[in-house]
Design a protein. Structure first.
Length: 585
């Protein structure tokens, strides 16, 4: 409780929220001249007094339990406001938000707040924003993942589909999902994710429900394609939306919650599917109808629940006063901008033009993470896709199969949260990817050596442990966002990362083939080779970013203080191309 003794005790109420910067409250997003008048104050026409303290010594905010109790060595009533470029009158003008930035009327470099206020606000965001985003992802997974349960319920037999038809359907879904990623992000950036995401959900739930009437191979392929087109971009859209509310330090753990919801959805779906598949007749048809209807309800509610921005929560449904007080809005907006000033570069209904799109796609410093997105999930994809078929092949009934996936899902949920927490604690990303691939290697070796005489419970246990490998997906999405460093790039980079992930899924759709079942020895040999390749890729990406940072540090260190200031004020470098930017690795 002694690390930070800077509190509000010496500040008058006027200094905390008084008239010294009232002008910024009066300005709504508008003309450039209005913004210049506001930022004239930031630039020094109204100097920030010396007795407006900032956090003096701040250990890296990376521990999980800080989100609930605050850091144990920090006075909760001490100032939590982080130093940033906005505290330098000259630098501040270079980083001023866009003239139509939707939260401009709450931007105030003089704003100070305590740890207690920030922790309370983050909890509130978790409840109001994050919890519903996770619930929406659960709805997505119901419609995206119930194909495996339908297969366990004899869908392939009833429709006389071969394993290869099933493979083709999965490949079509992933291919269209991939193609839809960037267009979906462009639409989301133009309309706003608060509008586009509910529209997506309503449309794909209608398609999901239509699978009740499946009769032919063509119908199967068409519905898979439509689901891919409408679901593509959802994850990237949500990641962009969450970045409006969370700092770069907080986002990876929230994304872990987000993907944890996927596992929770699978667990709930297992129980739901167990009940539905006990219905008479071709019960898998009712599975599509019922779960699609649940998603439709979530989509309609999302249109009412999702606010467009931190300062735009007021509505007839959310309440005329909104979710946050004026004080909370100021804290929310300023802490996010202090963490990443680039988040004020665009407003939330601003479309990307072709030049912005091209610059984002050509950002070669993000390509290493895209390559990881392509390959990191390859070891688990075929094994997970065929899990229900594998269990049925081992002699377990469809009802047993539905419940036997639960242990793996619970363990994978714990592993996801654990590895994401570990990543933030040690501030490492590539090393955790190496750890996950090593886990795959340890359990794939016995899978490759199994024979038909191997006890089925042993095979089940090893497959379950294999699939429970710690997922680094949330870490890598946060990694992509962190290394983007602009809204423009961040909008496309999340989509690009997911596109590469879907491409990896398409490639692995054909690792397991009908002529290789039931042990898939040839496919497992291929997976062993992929794991070895992935280990080398993670090492290579780590080395790439370390070397990039060292090169920049050498260039930066030879500049004197005046040259550094001149660079900051005059450079045309943007985002992660800035000489003073360092890549996370």
């Amino acid at each position: 409780m002694v690390a930070n003794k800077q509190t509000f005790d010496g500040l008058s109420e006027e200094k905390i929220s008084g008239p010294v910067f009232e002008k910024i409250d009066e300005v709504s997003p508008g003309s450039d001249s209005e913004v210049e008048s506001v930022y004239g104050a930031i630039a020094g026409k109204l100097n920030i007094p010396d007795d407006w303290p900032l956090l003096a010594a701040h250990p890296p905010k990376k521990y999980y339990f800080w989100e609930f109790n605050g850091p144990s060595n920090i006075d909760l009533d001490g100032i939590a406001t982080q130093p940033s470029v906005f505290d330098d009158p000259e630098k501040a003008t270079h980083y001023q938000p866009h003239s139509k930035y939707e939260n401009l009327h709450r931007v105030d470099p003089r704003e100070r707040w305590t740890w207690r206020e920030e922790i309370r606000l983050v909890r509130k965001i978790d409840v109001r924003i994050m919890a519903w985003m996770a619930f929406m992802f659960m709805a997505l997974q119901l419609d995206r993942g119930n194909i495996s349960q339908a297969v366990a319920g004899n869908m392939l037999t009833d429709l006389r589909f071969s394993t290869n038809v099933f493979n083709n359907g999965n490949a079509i879904f992933k291919a269209v999902f991939l193609v839809a990623e960037v267009p979906s992000q462009l639409v989301s950036k133009k309309l706003g994710p608060d509008r586009w995401i509910p529209i997506q959900m309503v449309l794909w739930s209608a398609v999901a429900m239509s699978q009740y009437g499946l009769k032919s191979t063509a119908g199967f392929y068409i519905t898979r394609a439509l689901l891919g087109a409408l679901e593509g971009g959802f994850i990237a859209d949500v990641c962009l939306y969450l970045s409006y509310f969370y700092t770069s330090v907080e986002l990876p753990l929230r994304l872990a919650y987000f993907w944890a919801a996927l596992t929770v959805s699978d667990i709930c779906a297992a129980f739901l599917g167990f009940g539905i598949l006990h219905m008479k007749g071709q019960a898998w048809r009712y599975l599509f109808l019922i779960e699609g209807g649940l998603t439709l309800a979530v989509g309609l509610l999302s249109a009412l629940i999702m606010p467009p921005s931190p300062t735009g929560t007021a509505s007839w449904f959310r309440g005329k006063n909104g979710w946050f007080t004026e004080r909370e809005e100021k804290i929310l907006v300023n802490r996010v901008l202090r963490d990443d000033p680039s988040k004020g570069d665009m407003h939330n209904r601003q479309a990307l033009n072709f030049r912005m799109l091209w610059d984002s796609l050509c950002d070669y410093d993000l390509w290493p993470i895209y390559i990881i997105g392509l390959v990191f999930g390859m070891p688990s994809s075929p094994v997970g896709t065929y899990l229900t078929l594998t269990l049925r092949g081992l002699g377990f009934s469809s009802f047993q199969t539905t419940l036997m996936v639960l242990p793996e899902q619970v363990l994978s949920l714990l592993m996801l949260l654990g590895i994401t927490y570990l990543s933030q604690r040690i501030n490492q990303r590539a090393y955790l990817g190496i750890l996950a691939q090593t886990w795959y290697l340890a359990f794939m070796i016995p899978l490759r050596l199994f024979t038909n005489s191997t006890n089925r419970w042993v095979r089940y246990a090893i497959v379950s442990l294999y699939l429970a490998a710690p997922s680094t997906h949330a870490i890598q999405v946060g990694w992509t966002s962190r290394n983007s460093n602009t809204v423009r790039t961040r909008t496309l980079s999340a989509a690009m990362y997911n596109m590469f992930g879907q491409l990896g899924g398409i490639i692995t759709s054909y690792i397991y083939r009908s002529d290789d079942q039931p042990l898939y020895h040839r496919g497992n040999s291929d997976i062993l080779g992929i794991i070895a390749m992935n280990l080398a890729i993670y090492v290579g990406v780590k080395v790439y970013y370390v070397l990039r940072n060292k090169i920049r540090e050498r260039k930066w260190d030879v500049l004197d203080e005046d040259q550094k200031r001149e660079y900051i004020l005059t450079t045309t470098d943007k985002g992660n191309k800035r000489l003073d930017f360092r890549f996370a690795h």
